[in-house]
Every structure is written in C-alpha cells, then in structure tokens.
Design a protein around this ligand. Structure first.
Ligand code: FAD
Length: 400
C-alpha cells in the first residue's frame, strides 16, 4: 500500500467539515493527506444577536461526538432545549394525546441544542486550523472521473487534483453523485419549508414545539435570545403567501397555525423557503468514492435529523478508514467502504421512512386515521419502553 492516502472532501457544509476533522483527529491521520474544497465562500457568522436564518437542532449524541473531537461545544450562542411538545391540530395542545418529552425523564442534561449552521461550521473550521487539513473555498468542482488507480477532480479554476479517496459531502444536488452515475430514489413531498424567526408573547421556556397541521408540521425551536426559529412545512402556495405577505399578516397566520400556544407571535427575522424532497442514493460507495450527508440522503426536516444523520455518516466513515489503516488495508477499496455503507444505509433509510410515514399520517383527512392518531398518541404517552426507544433514536444517545 502507498505510504500516504490522498483524501479529497468535496463540500464544506456541516457534514464535510465534520468528516475532515474526525479524519484529521483519528489515530492514523499521519498516513493521510486531506484536502477539502467548497464552491461557496468561507462561512462567516454574523455578530451576537443577529441569529442566522438557518439553524439546526443538534441531538445530544451529535453534540457529544462534536465535543469529543474538539469541533464544537455548547456556548452562549446556542440554545439548549429541555422539553418538547408534539400535538395534532385536531386536539388541544395540552390534551392527553399531546406528546411531551422532558430531559429529566431520560436522564440527559438537555434534549438537544439549537445552533446556527454557520456558527457550527465556524467552530469546526477553528478546530481544523490546528490540523494539516488544506481548505479551499470559493472553488466549485467541475468534473470528476474515476480512474483505475486514482480519481481525477477538475476544479473551476482549472486546478486538477488526484485522490485515492473522494468523499462527496456536496449536498442534496451532489455533482459528484451525478458524475459517478449513482442514481437516487426521489420523492418530492409537495411541501415547502417556510423559515423565519418570531418573538412570542409568552416565554418559550426552552421548549421545542411541533404542531401537525393538515398541510404539514409547524416546528418552533427556542433561540437563545428568547425568539423562536420557525420551520413551517406547508403547501407551496401557503409558503409563498407567507413569504410575500406583510409582517402583521404573517404574525397572524403563524399565531393561528401555532394555536397561540405561546400567545401572539410577531415576525422578527428574515424569511426563506426550501422545497422539500425525500431522496436516497442507491449506493453510498464505489471504489475510491463515498457519499455522506445530504449527498447520500435528504429527509423531511420535521424531526430535525438531517444534519445529525450527516454527522453520524462522517463519524462512521472516519472510523472505517481509520480501522482499515490500522489493519493494513487500503481504505479506498470498495469492500472496505462497503462496511461504512452497511453501517449507515439501513439506519438512514429507517429514519427516512419514519419521517415520510409520520408526515403522511398527520396530513391525512381521514376520520378513522384521525381517531387512530389520537388513540395511538395517548397510548404512546403511557408506554415507557416505546417512549424511551423513540427518544433514544431522536436524541442519538442510549437512554436509561
Ligand atoms: C428548513 C430546514 C430545516 C432543517 N432543520 C434541521 C435541524 O433542525 N436539524 C438537523 O439535523 N437537520 C436539519 N435540516 C437538514 C440539514 O440542514 C441538512 O441535512 C444539512 O445541512 C446537510 O449538510 P451537508 O453538509 O450534508 O450538505 P450541505 O449543507 O448542503 O453542504 C454542501 C456543501 O457542498 C458545497 N458544494 C455543492 N456543490 C459543490 C461543488 N460542485 N463543488 C464544491 N462544493 C460544492 C456547498 O457549497 C455546501 O457548502 C434542515 C433542513 C431544512 C431544509
């Protein structure tokens, strides 16, 4: 085997940066030369108080993994949340069928953390500054071809790179996935996620809320300055209306959509829309290539799991590469990379099907399904072991 493994990571989103750091901090990092390229400029978070539009709910499992690698730790610019409330629009927000989760019940310090995506990226970049990983922003990949020995990447500035292992972390529209001829199973949700920040009449008390409406779920995540981040998955028509109407009209729409669970809501942030699609790559790996994060799978944001799955992919890939180097194997070989694929694909598929099913179940108008939902949620509330199992998956952590 060659003495140095050339690794090129394409994509410096949360997943790609996380993969770079975990590889750079692994036991056999000295045997690798790692380079990361991204089409976008280097992310630059705004000043304190200017909370960016895109935030993610990090599970406690992801947070622990990031802390262990020195990539991120909770600080005053993240919002820990300790409670979660989930209910159906046909029921009262405090009725017996409302699902409630509390950190105390599961003996974890918090259920998770709301973090600005750019702040998390910045924190990972700060950690990478202490490693030999080479970073290049504002440089899109143009073409990629698979050779017998090495992969050849051509960047928009004309630079050509040779890699033993290419890690595609280039998001849902992955150019590498397309150039490698890997097909995806694709299913649009017929929903758009409308995103903004809101001020509330009553304090959010570190609670994440999710109300299932006929057109899709309304998620409200607590921010560290008292505001809420709203992710409203709804019909494209309603999302467009929400984007174009006045602040006072939007405040009224969202107060009604939230059943005024926190009183009157007032718009206090920019607005954005994201069309939603479920997408899963048929393969995650080929010889010399591995797909991770949204390049491999995109899922509905209703349970805030997309970035968490990407972080788990990055961790498993780094572990697989490190173990191969420890055993004297060539990490870019397909049978080695298949170990990573086997470990992650089934888990990601299960989470995707669960999200799609949940979204459909709550969007249904059927009276029978409505009654089943109510009874099912009430029973779920009383079932200790099932509650713990579901919470364990969402938290990305073992629950006692
Ligand atoms: C509204 C909404 C809310 C969400 N909320 C949550 C949440 O609460 N919790 C959660 O876990 N997940 C959430 N998600 C999902 C989460 O945002 C994504 O799963 C996650 O950001 C994917 O990260 P990634 O690094 O894999 O891909 P991306 O963030 O898409 O990053 C891809 C990177 O690749 C680069 N790139 C693309 N093409 C090229 C190219 N040709 N050459 C070079 N570079 C390239 C891009 O510039 C980008 O930096 C949400 C998603 C949406 C839409």
């Amino acid at each position: 085997m060659k003495s140095t493994l050339n690794v090129v990571i394409v994509g410096g989103g949360i997943t790609g940066l996380c993969a770079a750091l975990l590889l750079a901090r692994s036991d056999h990092a000295g045997q690798m030369h790692i380079r990361l390229i991204d089409a976008a400029p280097r992310p630059s978070p705004g000043p304190i108080g200017e909370i960016a539009l895109r935030v993610s709910a990090l599970s406690v499992g992801s947070a622990a993994l990031l802390e262990d690698s020195g990539g991120w730790r909770p600080d005053e610019r993240c919002s820990p949340y300790d409670h979660m409330r989930v209910w159906d629009e046909r029921c009262a927000s405090d009725g017996p069928s409302t699902l409630r989760f509390d950190a105390d019940e599961f003996s974890v310090p918090h259920l998770g953390y709301i973090v600005e995506n750019t702040l998390l990226q910045q924190s990972l970049l700060d950690a990478l500054a202490d490693t030999p990983v080479e970073l290049q922003f504002s440089t899109p990949l143009e073409s990629f071809s698979v050779g017998r020995e090495q992969q050849l990447l051509t960047l928009a500035d004309g630079t050509q790179l040779q890699a033993d292992l290419v890690i595609a972390a280039d998001g849902g529209r992955s150019r590498i996935r397309e150039l490698a001829g890997i097909d995806v199973q694709r299913q649009p949700y017929a929903q758009t996620a409308f995103v903004t920040h809101l001020e509330t009449e009553r304090p959010h008390a570190r609670t994440a809320y999710q109300r299932f409406l006929r057109e899709g779920p309304l998620g409200m995540l607590p921010l560290y300055d008292g505001r809420l981040s709203v992710v409203w998955s709804t019909s494209p028509q309603i999302a467009q209306l929400a984007r174009d109407c006045s602040d006072s009209e939007l405040g009224d729409m969202l107060t009604e959509a939230s059943d005024a669970v926190l009183g009157k809501l007032t718009v206090a942030g920019p607005r954005g829309c994201f069309p939603l699609v479920a997408q899963h790559a048929h393969q995650y790996v080929q010889h010399g290539l591995a797909l991770i994060g949204d390049a491999a799978h995109t899922i509905h944001p209703l349970a805030g799991q997309g970035a968490n799955l990407g972080i788990a992919d990055a961790a498993m890939l780094a572990e697989t590469v490190n173990a191969a180097l420890a055993n004297g194997e060539y990490p870019a070989d397909r049978p080695v990379l298949r170990r990573f694929e086997r470990a992650r694909r089934g888990e990601n598929a299960a989470m995707m099907h669960f999200m799609t099913g949940l979204n459909r179940l709550f969007a249904s108008d059927s009276t029978l399904l409505g009654e089943l939902r109510r009874v099912g949620m009430t029973m779920f509330n009383r079932s200790g072991p099932i509650r713990k199992r579901v919470a364990g998956i969402a938290l990305g952590a073992a629950i006692r």
